[in-house]
Design a protein around this ligand. Structure first.
Ligand SMILES: Cc1cc2nc3c(=O)[nH]c(=O)nc-3n(C[C@H](O)[C@H](O)[C@H](O)COP(=O)(O)OP(=O)(O)OC[C@H]3O[C@@H](n4cnc5c(N)ncnc54)[C@H](O)[C@@H]3O)c2cc1C
Length: 253
């Protein structure tokens, strides 16, 4: 990628060289566009002290339609949710130190880590891991956010997880990327060709809002997989109380 006064030259691995007026990177938490233009991932990654693994399989039983079923003990959470076409999605969130992890890019080690952290004979853990035995489609990553001082530089802007990943902890990342794209498009249109203004206004409209979501996710991370028995107990009591009609709306808005 090379930026000029009036355009950006891009070279694609499989589509050769092309010129563009503007480049918008919407290429996820580990954005390549971000690393090319703004610097390495580490500079913008805020780790939330957990790992996440997700995968899905067909035919798993039991199924509890419309319910997120989870098992927790200190420092880990295993959950399942039913999807269409007899699919079940499994989610594992757990603490892990760097020694246990080895390398994130060592894909062959991911299942071993998962077995070590969640493969004991409690709840449906063993059955769940058996069900995933033959899948190669395993999402495995740190739970992280992306926090950047600016979401654009020159003719390049970032949207969604690439710019401001809030993490799965708030369950709103998909909404936020669509909102971001909508605001960016609308601000670029309003700027009538002055892309610097469009990019600046996109950030002005969204930055404070995203900041609230990110701080909320950071606080909530500890409730997703509490690290001590006491915190787990407290979290469970809050979930129980939140089931009282109207309580969640009044307390959490
Ligand atoms: C386990 C898990 C559960 C989640 N659950 C929820 C949830 O319940 N609700 C919710 O709202 N959010 C959830 N999220 C968050 C949500 O998935 C993300 O916030 C959202 O997908 C971000 O959208 P995005 O478009 O920025 O990035 P992505 O959805 O990651 O899309 C980026 C796209 O860019 C492509 N790409 C990347 N690099 C390149 C490249 N070099 N060349 C070409 N293409 C490339 C990728 O293949 C991908 O298609 C969850 C996240 C995780 C990890």
């Amino acid at each position: 990628m090379r930026e000029w006064n009036d355009c950006v030259d891009l070279e694609f691995e499989q589509a050769g060289k092309r010129k563009f007026d503007l480049v918008v990177g919407a290429d996820s938490l580990h954005s390549k566009v971000r690393s090319l233009v703004f610097g390495p991932h580490d500079r913008f990654e805020k780790r939330l002290d957990y790992m996440v693994t997700a995968s899905e399989t067909t035919g798993y039983r039991p199924r509890d339609d419309g319910v997120y079923v989870m098992f927790s003990d200190p420092g880990r959470m295993v959950g399942r949710v039913t999807l269409r076409d007899d699919l079940t999605l499994f989610l594992f969130v757990f603490t892990l130190d760097a020694v246990e992890l080895g390398s994130l890019s060592d894909r062959s080690g991911h299942k071993a880590v998962l077995h070590a952290r969640c493969g004991d004979n409690v709840w449906e853990c063993l059955r769940t891991l058996d069900a995933l035995e033959h899948t190669n489609d395993l999402y495995f990553d740190r739970v992280s956010q992306v926090r950047m001082p600016k979401w654009s530089r020159g003719r390049v802007a970032l949207v969604g997880d690439a710019a401001y990943c809030v993490s799965l902890m708030v369950g709103q990342g998909s909404t936020l990327v669509i909102t971001g794209a909508y605001v960016l498009a609308s601000e670029l249109k309003k700027s009538s060709g002055r892309h610097i203004d469009g990019f600046a206004n996109y950030e002005k409209v969204l930055r404070a809002f995203i900041g609230v979501k990110q701080r909320g996710a950071e606080r909530f991370a500890g409730a997703f997989a509490p690290k001590t028995r006491w915190r787990l107990f407290l979290r469970n009591q809050i979930i129980n109380v939140a089931a009282i009609p109207g309580f969640a709306r009044i307390t959490f808005g």
